[in-house]
Design a protein around this ligand. Structure first.
Ligand code: 4AD
Ligand code: MG
Length: 428
């Protein structure tokens, strides 16, 4: 048995492969089978005059997504994917697939999402999820080479990291627990142990709004570095994102073609990225028609307006302290501002990275916890990090689906994750 991806190594040989029937076309004299096995797709050809009638009839009755074993001779064919096709000499049905619900004609998004468990077999989701795989593998590879250690954070937690409005609460043996919104607080502990760390896992936010940019369950990679300030953090972010985009361009050309992605904006995503402070951004937005409120967080029209002024991803830094989480360090030059940073992707994709320098002073962070009305007891362990050898440190989180969505040019985040979870979707 060989995999379809390996066929080019077997030109001139007779092989056996197994997979699913993606599509079949036939004329009086010829039948073309498109067979996929997950590794790739190959076209099998039957010539009526050259095969037994029983084989011809069996193939003639095959329906989409039937599981089959196919025997045939591998022939060079410049027009076919992978440069080969298969002269079919035998087919065995492993199991049938009558009335497969997803035909190759187009379906509406809700129908496809309801059938996500089957839709995953189609070309487009496969292309997106292969890019996702390249991104997640690339993240681990790049961070590992840069000396980061993977130390993961828990999913059940007593702490609200990103405010209390989007917490998923659950009962935990008689006490209250939350699903993590971010691994950051634990990551800070890990950074004090290992210096350069990252956690990488699912995170949860009860996002009650229905937007194309919000999931309730999404994956985040969060690097955290001891003895790092905001400027170096911005350099880390741009190098990290630049390397990931370059990696996808190099290894996923086929997938980007399937997705009809214009790669020009990706090719321009080369560091250094422009850096714009919040006050300067506000200056640009003030008086515009994006609905920007001075001192407030950016809405998606604001992000689009700002990023449209640059030819590559944009780093916006120093958001007002008032709209940022309790752990953000205040800018010593202006405590109304925080040492925070967002990376805005081009083409209207908006924020894909959020991070900043953390407050390292025990007194200040105790005050912040109070101001944010958070329960101090739950944060005692976190305060220990400020009691025992506290140092300046910084980190960021990149939402995997946001990044993949931009890289693939998707219209909605839900396509960037195998089984999306949104306010009105828990199934399949
Ligand atoms: O900006 P956020 O809220 O930052 C944090 O959670 C920090 N604690 C991270 C850190 O510094 N370690 O979220 C980080 C990123 C966003 O930039 C976005 O890419 C993604 O997480 N994100 C979401 N992705 C999908 N659906 C949602 N509802 C998301 N909320 C945030
Ligand atoms: Mg953010």
């Amino acid at each position: 048995m060989v995999s379809i991806a390996e066929l080019p190594k077997h030109v001139g040989e007779k092989v056996q492969l197994q997979g699913w029937l993606y599509n079949r076309r036939s004329s009086k004299k010829l039948q073309f089978l498109l067979v996929r096995d997950g590794s790739a797709m190959v076209q099998g050809v039957l010539v009526k005059d050259e095969v037994a009638e029983s084989l011809w009839d069996l193939v003639d009755g095959l329906t989409q997504e039937s599981a089959i074993r196919v025997e045939g001779e591998v022939r060079e064919d410049a027009r076919s994917p992978g440069g080969v096709e298969l002269g079919v000499t035998g087919v065995e049905v492993i199991s049938g697939s009558p009335d497969y619900p997803i035909s190759l004609k187009s379906h509406g998004p809700e129908f496809l999402l309801d059938h996500r468990h089957l839709w995953l077999r189609s070309k487009r989701p496969q292309a997106v999820l292969k890019v996702r795989d390249e991104v997640t593998f690339g993240i681990r590879d790049w961070l590992h080479k840069e000396g980061f250690i993977n130390v993961d954070s828990p999913i059940f937690t007593p702490n609200a990291c990103e405010g209390t409005t989007t917490l998923f609460e659950t009962e935990y043996f008689g006490s209250q627990a939350f699903l993590t919104q971010s691994g950051q607080l634990y990551n800070e502990a890990s950074a004090m142990a290992f210096g350069k760390v990252f956690c990488f896992g699912p995170t949860f936010r009860a996002e009650k709004s229905k937007t194309r940019r919000h999931l309730t369950e999404f994956w985040m990679v969060e690097p955290e570095v001891a003895f790092m300030g905001l400027d170096d953090l911005m350099t880390l972010i741009e190098n990290f994102v630049g390397a990931l985009v370059a990696r996808v361009l190099e290894n996923c050309a086929e997938e980007l073609k399937v997705l009809e992605r214009d790669t020009a904006p990706l090719e321009r995503a080369v560091p250094p990225f422009p850096r714009l402070s919040y006050p300067d951004a506000a200056e640009i937005l003030r008086g515009g028609d994006t609905g920007f409120e001075d001192g407030g967080d950016f809405g998606s029209p604001d992000e689009t307006e700002l990023s449209s002024r640059y030819d590559r991803p944009l780093l916006v830094h120093r958001f007002p302290s008032a709209i940022k989480a309790f752990y953000m360090k205040e800018d010593p030059a202006d405590p109304k501002l925080s040492l925070s940073v967002d990376l805005l992707a081009p083409e209207g994709y908006g924020e894909i990275v959020g991070g900043g320098q953390r407050e390292e002073s025990l007194e200040v962070i105790e005050r912040k916890i109070k101001e944010h009305d958070l329960p101090k007891e739950a944060f005692e362990w976190y305060l220990d990090l400020r009691r025992y050898g506290s140092v300046p440190h910084s980190g960021f989180g990149m939402g995997i689906e946001r990044a993949v969505s931009w890289i693939c040019g998707l219209g909605h985040l839900r396509e960037a994750i195998p089984f999306p979870r949104m306010i009105h979707r828990l199934s399949p």
